[in-house]
Design a protein around this ligand. Structure first.
Ligand code: ASP
Length: 330
């Protein structure tokens, strides 16, 4: 039988350990998509992308620095990239085969394992905020198509017209993809995928979060859903690991890529770098796919492997310094 003093001491010791475990140095990592090809990037495009990544980091990190939640930092960083028009998400989304924009997004709170996702929405300016609303204001994890659009109206999101998502660059990409489709065997095509956005964050209380938002793949079939909004495939967070993926979504779904990275850490004791590298550089290519991830763990370690030429990415390190990179060197 323990004395009341002994019990009080134990309670205090546990509280102390929990308080220490919870304190963390905030970190934020964002991506603007893998599949970047060096010869396709003009200096203007590079400037546009770097500025958009820098703004997303700045806005998201301000939340973490003020003691805010990783879930808020992820929402704001991704919302900023959706609004920029610089990426394949929100305003800059690609066109499907029928010349429409169909957007997907997901967000997950690692501390509670709560998640929200939307797929196949056409009129929602910020799918990441709708995914967040599904997490917080519905009993569900995923809403798609018309149901998701109706839910968006019910939480006060005004519909955007099709022209909001129109950009000449994306339209020309579709025309090019349609031309290639006519010329080549459709089955042997490597669908162009780049520009999806994502964010992972660790807040001062040690809570992790992950989110991803995309227009999918240029010339995709009506109704196609990729990995980004699928919890465990393109987006996943738990108490020790958070991942946002970009790449050829069909392969990331088949590999349950994001969850596999966290599971390798949990069950095999892999480091974050080992787990992320194995999935991106081994599992996905062996299946025939490609792409990359941004990942972060509860210690604040980050990993950003990709097996395409480049991946738009940026991070704010433990010292509060922002970094942006596209290819291996910079
Ligand atoms: N993973 C996304 C999808 O398949 C595309 C991308 O990351 O660029 O929808």
């Amino acid at each position: 039988m323990k004395s009341p003093w002994h019990r009080a001491f134990l309670a205090l010791a546990c509280w102390g350990a929990a308080a220490v475990a919870q304190a963390a140095t905030p970190i934020l990592v964002v991506h603007g998509g893998a599949g970047v090809i060096a010869r396709e990037i003009t200096p203007e495009r590079e400037r546009e992308v770097r500025a958009a990544l820098a703004l997303a980091l700045q806005k998201g990190y301000a939340i973490l620095k003020a003691g805010g939640a990783s879930l808020d930092a992820v929402s704001v960083a991704i919302g900023t990239m959706e609004d920029s028009g610089a990426f394949n998400a929100g305003r800059g989304a690609v066109f499907n085969h029928d010349g429409r924009n169909e957007l997907d997004a997901a967000i997950m709170d690692g501390a509670t394992l709560r998640a929200g996702a939307v797929a196949n929405v056409h009129t929602v300016k910020n799918p990441i905020l709708l995914a967040r609303a599904v997490l917080e204001r519905s009993p569900h994890v995923m809403l798609v198509g018309e149901g998701a659009e109706i839910f968006a109206r019910s939480v006060g999101m005004a519909p955007a017209e099709a022209k909001y998502f129109y950009s000449e660059r994306r339209w020309q990409e579709l025309q090019q993809a349609l031309k290639e489709e006519r010329e080549k065997d459709a089955a042997s095509r490597n669908p162009p995928h780049h520009g999806t956005v994502g964010a992972v964050a660790l807040d001062a209380r040690g809570r992790l979060a992950a989110g991803t938002s995309t227009g999918g793949i240029t010339n995709k079939r009506y109704g196609r859903v990729g990995d980004s909004p699928i919890i465990g495939a393109g987006t996943y967070a738990d108490s020790r690991c958070a991942v946002s993926a970009t790449g050829w979504g069909e392969y990331f779904i088949r590999a349950t890529a994001a969850r596999d990275i966290c599971a390798r850490m949990e069950y095999r004791g892999d480091t974050l770098a080992e787990a992320a590298r194995a999935v991106v550089m081994d599992v996905i290519p062996r299946l025939g796919g490609d792409g990359g991830v941004i990942a972060i763990d509860d210690k604040g370690d980050i990993a950003t492997p990709y097996d395409t030429q480049g991946m738009f990415r940026g991070w704010v390190d433990a010292g509060g310094n922002a970094h942006i990179a596209i290819f291996a060197q910079k």
